[in-house]
Design a protein around this ligand. Structure first.
Ligand SMILES: C[S@@+](CC[C@H](N)C(=O)[O-])C[C@H]1O[C@@H](n2cnc3c(N)ncnc32)[C@H](O)[C@@H]1O
Length: 375
């Protein structure tokens, strides 16, 4: 074995951890920095898509769920999910190499702690996120990132033949995974927002593009006198209704099928989480203007977004911004850009509250020209 191959083997085997509780062996995701750490890191970045697809496939084929009850042989899993036994074994072997599954001494596979979150129905499950991020809706437009940069516009029409949300409505299983992924990501911030947002004086809140209503549910549960509504696309409405019913909130929360480019229901508070970042400036002004028009006296429009820093500080938002470039007409914006957009919709930015989860709560109210006495 040459020196480079030897140190690669040593490096990988050093990553193997023995878990004394389960006597399973699993690998921490290794670094490929053998002789040149930069080349190693770059190799991970270049082949990152291999790993994305491994994660997505474990989730999509339900393999993580099959492993929930303890170690299983690859052949048994393959039979239960109708897959090729050799290919299933190879997928699981590679999954072990990146720390998602573990092996027993008799060669069966079990979930490693990382892989547990790919199960459905576990707290904080990332199964839907893994599926949606590696399915055509996101995957194909991202494959055209160079075109997006060259042309300065999103690639969904070229890659999918439609805009993202139309594509999801035409491919309901994938659309449902996206809605599920949004719900889990909102759960991380919903309670915090419900705690921070002052709803005193408000009777009705509308979650504009509220997906399955994770955010509005947290607001309603914390504020028992509030009534709510979710405005969503027709294909999302049944999922939103089911989720609201499951939380016991159907009597306090309507789910309205509609299009926020046309109109939004009247409310004291319109809350829009990760909505404006999906759209270009003209589209955003249209949505915000519809909110402004449907705002009750002294009402507020609340955006939940991650404002991108004005300087070049590294920020997660700059990666999300590229996601917007590839898959939607939107972009991440600075505080100044949000203020300008709101202004163009006759709204005035009143306050920004950063949250521990990284989102910013951007609160706005009707600018003077839209106040009730002058409307
Ligand atoms: C990025 S997701 C955000 C979902 C949710 N606010 C959250 O953060 O969890 C955007 C949402 O807007 C909805 N949407 C897209 N176009 C819409 C339209 N024209 N009218 C109403 N809802 C729309 C989508 O169905 C999707 O649920």
């Amino acid at each position: 074995m040459n020196q480079q191959a030897k140190s690669l083997t040593e490096r990988w085997s050093m990553q193997i951890r023995d878990d004394p509780l389960t006597s399973l062996k699993y690998d921490a995701p290794p670094a490929w920095g053998v002789t040149d750490p930069d080349a190693g890191q770059l190799a991970w970045m270049i082949r990152g898509y291999w790993i994305s697809q491994i994660v997505g496939t474990l989730a999509r084929l339900g393999i993580a769920d099959r492993l929930a009850g303890g170690p299983v042989a690859a052949a048994e899993i393959a039979t239960s999910i109708g897959c090729d036994p050799d290919a299933t074994y190879r997928l699981l072997r590679a999954s072990r190499a990146v720390g998602l599954v573990a092996t027993t001494s008799d060669g069966r596979f079990a979930l490693a702690p990382l892989g547990e979150k790919l199960r459905s129905g576990v707290p904080g499950s990332m199964r839907d996120s893994a599926i949606a991020s590696t399915a055509p809706g996101h995957w194909l437009p991202w494959g055209r990132l160079s075109h997006a940069v060259r042309d300065g516009r999103c690639q969904t029409r070229e890659a999918l033949g439609a805009g993202l949300f139309q594509y999801y409505s035409d491919h309901p299983a994938e659309g449902q995974a996206f809605t599920g992924a949004m719900s889990i990501s909102s759960a991380k911030v919903a309670d915090e927002i419900a705690m921070i947002l002052d709803t005193s004086g408000a009777e009705r809140v509308v979650d504009v593009g509220g997906a399955s209503g994770t955010l509005i549910s947290a607001l309603l549960l914390r504020n028992p006198s509030l009534e709510g509504a979710i405005l969503e696309r027709p294909d999302v409405v049944p999922h939103a209704r089911a989720a609201i019913a499951e939380r016991g909130l159907s009597s306090r929360c309507r789910v309205v099928s509609g299009d926020f480019f046309e109109s939004v229901p009247e409310a004291d508070i319109h809350i829009l989480k990760y909505i404006i970042h999906d759209w270009d400036d003209e589209q955003s002004v249209l949505i915000l203007s519809n909110c402004a028009r449907a705002l009750q006296p002294n009402g507020r429009v609340v955006l939940v977004e991650v404002a991108i820093p004005e300087d070049h500080r590294p920020s997660w938002a700059s990666l999300m911004d590229l996601n917007m470039l590839a898959v939607l007409p939107g972009r991440e914006r600075t505080v100044r850009e949000y203020r300008d957009l709101l202004g163009r919709a006759s709204l005035r930015l009143d306050r920004i509250t950063p949250t521990a989860s990284g989102f910013d709560l951007i609160e706005a109210s009707a600018a003077e020209s839209l106040k009730p006495e002058t409307r």
